[in-house]
Each structure stands twice: as C-alpha cells, then as structure tokens.
Design a protein around this ligand. Structure first.
Ligand code: SF4
Length: 323
C-alpha cells in the first residue's frame, strides 16, 4: 500500500477543499482510511452526469442533430448503465435495487426534458471542444489532477468556457451565484485550463439540474403505498409542468485579472498543502465541518472516539477519478 505523496498521487480540488475545511479530514483521506461500502448505490446524480456526457458527446460527434435524436436513445443508454451495475453488484440488497429503479426512471424523464429545454444552446450556440477530459499537470513538484465536465467555445466570440454540471436539491439563486466566485473547484479548474491551453478562459457555465423534491406517499392508512413507478411519474409530471424551476444555468464571466489572481491563490494553497504534508500531515480538527449540509462527516465516529472500528485502511485513491 503506497503512502500518499502529492508528486505521485497528485492533488484534486476535492482533496484541497477538504484540507481547507479540516486538516484531520485531509489526513484521514491521505492515510486511505474509509468506511467499507458493500454496494455502492448508482444514484440519480451519477446517472445524470453519465447521460449528459452522452448527450454532449453525441452533439460533438454529430450523432445527435436534435433533442429528439438523444431522447430516442435514452432507454438504450440507461439499459447499458443498469446492466453494468447489475454485473458488478450481483447480490445487491433490496433497498439499493429500489434506489436504482427510482434513479433510472427519474433520469430518463428528467434528461429528455433537459435536452429539449437547452436544445437551442447545446445544439446551436455552444461549440463543444471536449467532454469528461482528465487533466494532470505537474507544477511546483505537485501534480494537479481532475476532470472537466465539458469545455466549449461560444459561437459568437469563440472564447473558451468551462461547463460544469451539478444536481442539487435546494439552492438559493442569489447565494449560489455569489458562492461560484469563491468556490475552490472553479479556481482550480479555471487555472488548470489556463495552464493547459495558455488561453485565458472566458468563464464557467454552471449547469444545475434540480433533484425532484416531491416525497413518495407511504404509510397511508386507507391506500397502498405509492409504487416507485407511480412516484417517478409524478416527479416527471412536475418537471414537465415547471422546467424553469428544474433547469438553471449560471454564467460566471471571469476577467483576465481574476484568472491571474486565482492562479496565485491556487499556487499558495497547494504550496501550503505541500508544506503540511512535508511536516507530517498533522490532523488538526475543525468542529465547524463535523456537520455539513445537515450530514455528519464520515470520520465523526473516528474523531470522537479515536477508534477505527467500522473503518478500513484501503490505501490512497481518488474515487472521483474512478481509481
Ligand atoms: S469529524 Fe470533524 S474533526 Fe473529524 S475529520 Fe470530520 S470534520 Fe474533521
């Protein structure tokens, strides 16, 4: 099992953001300590990402000329995703299978609407350059690693844009557009794109696909529980009724001066991270991050008891880069 080394394994924006939040969190990650996962759920967010890569990849290659061309292929693509997951998880428990069924039904309905909703932009004004592109840049002794969701050139001016998709439940438009200007991921990716191309990127198109917030009807006294299919159909009907609420894009324009400020900022963060690693990765705890978005940190049991029960030492790897 190899020990974490920023020159060998590199640093992703996710690890850097964890390190900025809590040194103990980064130290546990770098030591390769994780909770064992028996069956990983193939969730709605992952499926949306996979289908969006197919949609934009199909537009780029000329396979899809219209949103309907894509919609016709969605069942086949989902079947491939489902078959792959079933092969890897032959003994999946019932709750994970239900989760899978739900995610498949919702992803199909939502993505068809998405393709229609953004047809003019995605099939017209965006010139797709690259999708799901992995980057790996060695600078200052540290590898910067990550994956861009998409890169396109605007049709009118021809400058480079990053395209990032997120699936979210709730958000506040005003707060989210302010947060985009301070998000480590944006700073990390924009500066990486600048380093790779030597071209100042024009900005980031932040593409948000809202998760349906409707609850499944269960535990009713006089009526049977709503089936998963009925529930998914109700969610899809809601997306059809108010697509503006489900699909939003935030355009974050970035000036040349800001790209240069971010370049310096990312360099400083990485240098400080490297120094922390050279000094032996002290696991200083930050209780402000032990609960985040209403969820406990996955290391809360370990930090609060000092015991490793329920954890395993897997060796370091980046699951976000599918390692
Ligand atoms: S539980 Fe709290 S202190 Fe421990 S790693 Fe997570 S955020 Fe840090």
């Amino acid at each position: 099992m190899s020990k974490f080394d920023p020159t060998v394994h590199g640093v992703t924006q996710g690890l850097l953001a964890d390190w900025m939040s809590c040194r103990a969190l980064a130290a546990h990650r770098c030591a390769g300590i994780e909770r064992p996962i028996r069956t990983e759920a193939l969730d709605y967010g992952t499926m949306v990402h996979e289908l969006l890569a197919e949609l934009h990849g199909g537009i780029m290659s000329g396979k899809f000329k219209t949103a309907d061309d894509f919609s016709d292929q969605v069942p086949r693509m989902l079947q491939t995703i489902e078959d792959g997951w079933n092969t890897e998880n032959q003994f999946a428990p019932a709750d994970k299978l239900q989760q899978l069924e739900m995610a498949l039904l919702m992803a199909e309905g939502v993505l068809r609407q998405y393709a229609r909703y953004w047809e003019r932009q995605d099939f017209g004004s965006y010139q797709w350059q690259n999708l799901e592109q992995i980057f790996d840049i060695l600078a200052g002794g540290t590898r910067r690693r990550g994956k861009f969701d998409g890169i396109y050139r605007s049709e009118k001016v021809g400058n480079l844009w990053l395209f990032e998709t997120k699936t979210k439940g709730r958000w506040d438009d005003d707060n989210l557009s302010k947060m985009l200007k301070v998000k480590i991921q944006n700073k990390f990716y924009i500066t990486a794109l600048y380093m790779m191309t030597g071209e100042i990127p024009a900005g980031i198109m932040y593409d948000v696909v809202r998760r349906p917030q409707i609850r499944r009807k269960t535990g009713r006294k006089t009526m049977p529980d709503e089936t998963i299919r009925e529930f998914a159909e109700r969610c899809i009907a809601d997306v059809e009724k108010r697509p503006d609420w489900y699909f939003t894009r935030f355009e974050l324009k970035i000036s040349e001066a800001r790209v240069k400020i971010w370049t310096g900022e990312v360099e400083m963060m990485l240098a400080a991270f490297r120094q922390w690693w050279e000094d032996g990765m002290q696991p200083m705890q930050n209780d402000k991050f032990c609960e985040h978005w209403g969820r406990p940190c996955r290391y809360l049991d370990l930090c609060s008891t000092g015991h490793y029960t329920g954890y395993e030492r897997r060796g370091f790897r980046y699951s976000e880069l599918e390692e």
